[in-house]
Write a protein that binds this ligand. Structure first.
Ligand code: PEP
Length: 251
C-alpha cells in the first residue's frame, strides 16, 4: 500500500505570527494515528523556523519551488540545496501558479526535479489542465504530456510524488467530482506503472484543488488518491488536521 501524504501549500501567506499554526498542527498531529505523512510548505522566509518547530515531530517541511541550479547569479531564487539546508525534505515543483505566473515549461520543471534529487529532496511534481483544456476534452492529453516531459527519466531511481491539480479547481472553491478525479488519477497511475514499473505503482498521487474537511473523505477514499495538496485549508490548523484525520480514517 502507498503511504498517504497530506501536504499544505501556504503559497505567499504567512509571517512569524503564523508560527502558532505550526505549533497547533504539531500538537494536533500527536493525537492522530500515524498512518500518513504530514507536510507543510510555508514561504521560504519561514521555512527554517517552521522546520525548527516541527523538530522531531511527525510534521515535515518543504519548499514551494526551487531553482534548477545549485548556486549562482539568480537574484531572488532559491536552490534546492538551500531548502534542504533549512531542514526541509520536500519541494513542490511545477505548481500551476509557477507555470502560469513565471512561464515555467515542462523542461524547466524537469530540471527542477533533477535539482531536488541532487539535494536529496522529494519533489512533488504538479500537473493539471485548465478549464479551457477540460472543456475541449484535452485533459488526458495535457496530463500525459506534462507527465512525460516534467518527470525526468532519472526519477526511475528516485523518490517523487505527483500532484494532480486541475487549474480550474485551485483556490476557486470548485472541486473536481470524484469521477473526474478517479479518471485522471487512474490514468496517472497507469502511465507511471508503464514507465517506471513497480516504482511507478508506489509513488503517492495527491489530489489538489479546493480540498476541504467537507469533501476530503470522499476524494481520499478513491483508489489512486494517496493524499492531498492543500492550499487555502492548510492555513487553518483545525481544517488541515481534519483533512489529515479524514485521510487516516479511510485506512
Ligand atoms: C494549491 O495551492 O495547490 C491548492 C490546491 O490550493 P487550494 O486548496 O486553495 O485550491
Amino acid at each position: 500500500m502507498v503511504r498517504p501524504l497530506i501536504a499544505g501549500n501556504w503559497k505567499m501567506n504567512g509571517t512569524h505570527r503564523s508560527l502558532d499554526l505550526v505549533r497547533d498542527v504539531v500538537s494536533g498531529l500527536a493525537s492522530l494515528e500515524d498512518k500518513a505523512d504530514c507536510l507543510v510548505c510555508p514561504p521560504a522566509t519561514l521555512l527554517g523556523q517552521v522546520s525548527q518547530i516541527a523538530g522531531e515531530s511527525r510534521l515535515v517541511t518543504g519548499g514551494q519551488d526551487c531553482h534548477a541550479e545549485e548556486s549562482g547569479a539568480h537574484t531572488g531564487d532559491i536552490a534546492a540545496e538551500m531548502i534542504a539546508d533549512m531542514g526541509a525534505t520536500y519541494v513542490i515543483i511545477g505548481h500551476s501558479e509557477r507555470r502560469s505566473d513565471h512561464g515555467e515549461s515542462d523542461a524547466i520543471v524537469a530540471a527542477k526535479a533533477e535539482a531536488a534529487f541532487r539535494a536529496d529532496l522529494v519533489p512533488i511534481i504538479c500537473v493539471g489542465e485548465t478549464l479551457e483544456e477540460r472543456e475541449a476534452d484535452k485533459t488526458i492529453d495535457v496530463i500525459s504530456s506534462q507527465l512525460k516531459n516534467s518527470i525526468p527519466d532519472s526519477a526511475a531511481n528516485q523518490t517523487f510524488v505527483v500532484a494532480y491539480e486541475p487549474v480550474w479547481a485551485i483556490g476557486t472553491g470548485k472541486v473536481a467530482t470524484p469521477g473526474q478525479v478517479a479518471e485522471v488519477h487512474d490514468e496517472i497511475r497507469k502511465q507511471l506503472s508503464q514507465r517506471f514499473g513497480s516504482h511507478g505503482d508506489e509513488r503517492p498521487l495527491l489530489y489538489g484543488g479546493s480540498m476541504k474537511p467537507g469533501n476530503a473523505a470522499e476524494l481520499l477514499a478513491l483508489e489512486n488518491v494517496n493524499g492531498g495538496l492543500i492550499g487555502g485549508a492548510s492555513l487553518k490548523a483545525e481544517d488541515f488536521l481534519a483533512i489529515y484525520a479524514a485521510c487516516v480514517s479511510n485506512l
